[in-house]
Design a protein around this ligand. Sequence first.
Ligand code: KIV
Length: 266
Amino acid sequence: MAHEPPRLTISKLQRMKRSGDKIAMLTAYDYTMAAILDAAGVDVLLVGDSLAMVVQGHETTLPVSVRDMVYHAEMVVRGSQRALVVVDLPFPHGQLGPRRTIQVAARMMKRSGCQAVKLEGGAQQAATIAALVDAGIPVIAHVGLRPQSIHALGGYRVQRDEEKLQADALAAQQAGAFCVLMECVPAPLAAQITKQLDVPTIGIGAGNACDGQVLVTHDLLGMTLGKRPRFARAFADVGRQIETAAKNYIAAVRTGEFPSTAEAFE
Ligand code: KIV
């Protein structure tokens, strides 16, 4: 029986932190993109609830359902071979207390085949994180700007409450989270927390001292509709290329230039 190459493990991520090898994480929501990003060598693929915004067109991450998350996670697992696949617990399923959160997280893992879940919160979520970990479900804790709490936080802005951020990150580690993701945190504070923690930190808008970075792949590719956040560097201009390709196709169809005889059958 042919064995698939093993996926990156949580212990490998811990070793990367110790050796100073940076962790590269990107979001993915479908088979083809997962396969391309996996082949490029990305370490962690996140089926983020950002899919509510960039795939489904909602204003916030709140509307996406467990069923939607599983649907997309299945495709990402099928498309990837090497990366660790992590799936977001969608609102409000990470906040329903240990028992109900375990039920949802276990269902998501069983149906999609993902290897871990991500949940928003730190100190307040410590009991839930501990219960998930006890149940054999690896957890990434997402602290700082928590998009599922956007209405409570009052907007997408940098989180500067140093005491709270430190308490959240430490509580998440103590509860057993294998990684702490920090969103929109001042770089010096993220650096300090990264030093304090034994588990790896992943930053988004948190400076370059974190143990790794994550971006929403639509931002990475230059496919952001509307205002791109300051931290979301576009590494390509795929949005414009798609538009140009579509315009060229439309013109070729309208003039009859496409398909050519070489693209047709005798
Ligand atoms: O849902 C998502 O894509 C995320 C990233 C912004 C980290 O949580």
